[in-house]
Ligand binder design. Structure first.
Ligand SMILES: O=C(O)CCC(=O)C(=O)O
Length: 284
């Protein structure tokens, strides 16, 4: 099935309304095997951003790394040659899509550690509504262990302070502090009935695409015999501009962006954030 058939009008409408959709069997077994091999190499040779977010009392771990596509050929192939850029472009209803970065979240069997509810884009080194992530488990994931989303929260307008991930992971690179003009993050877990919480049991090949402003969290909570390996990519569309935030960024790309000549207000581009897809003119 081509991307135009996969990304139906109903999915585009649901993405715009809810901020997150699940596409079933968007990628075949070759991509899953390739990315799984990439993750194994990535864990064995982490980048200098690689770290354990959590290690519990019995040694179960949550590993995180990002922007590893620069030295992991399997990730680079996916970023530049898979259908993901076009899927993102059609869901976001934009003219062109740039690759932003990859991230991996690897939980060993039985890990309970859940990612707190948070938003992504308000902490990135760019700003824009046309931003999305594609969360792809490479192993089956149960509903109780999947990433969850507050439907419609990508359109919330208040600036919310998120939980200090630095305090949670013990790593200063996860720390972002706001000092003024902010609203405390709502206690989603404690008031789940007040929100429409979306989440899907998934099989390898399925992908959840979500607006980077949506409130998202969860994952973890794994059964004793279940591990979770997730390959995640982030994509940028038409309205995105570079923004170096004085309050801090996560991940903080300002140094590498500055090195390649990008500064606040610029359109995204360069070989570090390549344009991967552009919509064909209607009369082509
Ligand atoms: O998979 C997870 O635990 C976290 C995912 C996430 O927060 C993200 O993709 O930004």
């Amino acid at each position: 099935m081509g991307v135009a058939e996969l990304v139906t009008d109903d999915l585009v409408a649901a993405y715009s309304r809810d901020g997150a959709v699940c596409l079933r069997q968007a990628f075949g077994p070759e991509w899953i095997a390739k990315l799984a091999a990439g993750i194994e190499r990535n864990i064995a040779e982490p980048s200098d951003r690689g770290r354990f977010w959590d290690r519990d009392a019995v040694g179960r771990t949550t590993f995180y790394d990002s922007q590893s596509w620069l030295h992991t050929r399997e990730y680079r192939d996916f970023a530049l040659r898979s259908d993901m850029a076009e899927i993102a472009g059609r869901l976001m209803e934009v003219e062109a899509v740039n690759f932003f970065f990859d991230a991996v979240f690897v939980r060993s069997a039985g890990t309970q550690f859940r990612t707190p509810f948070h938003q992504d884009e308000p902490y990135w080194s760019v700003e824009g509504f046309d931003t999305c992530s594609a969360w792809m488990p490479l192993v089956p994931v149960e509903r109780a262990s999947t990433l969850e989303f507050v439907a419609g929260s990508h359109r919330w307008t208040q600036k919310l302070v998120r939980e200090d991930f630095g305090a949670l992971t013990g790593d200063d690179r996860d720390r972002v502090e706001f000092d003024d003009d902010v609203v405390p993050f709502p206690d989603i877990e404690g008031h789940r009935d007040d929100y429409e919480v979306l989440g899907w049991a998934m099989e390898p090949g399925d992908v959840v695409v979500f607006n980077a402003r949506i409130v998202q969290g969860g994952s973890g909570n794994l059964a004793p015999d279940r591990e979770l390996k997730v390959f995640n990519t982030q994509w940028l569309g038409d309205d995105v501009r570079v923004l170096f935030r004085p309050e801090g960024m996560d991940p903080d790309n300002s140094a590498v962006m500055t090195e390649v000549g990008l500064s606040s207000g610029d359109r995204i581009g360069t070989d570090l954030y390549p344009q991967v897809w552009r919509r064909e003119p209607a009369n082509a």
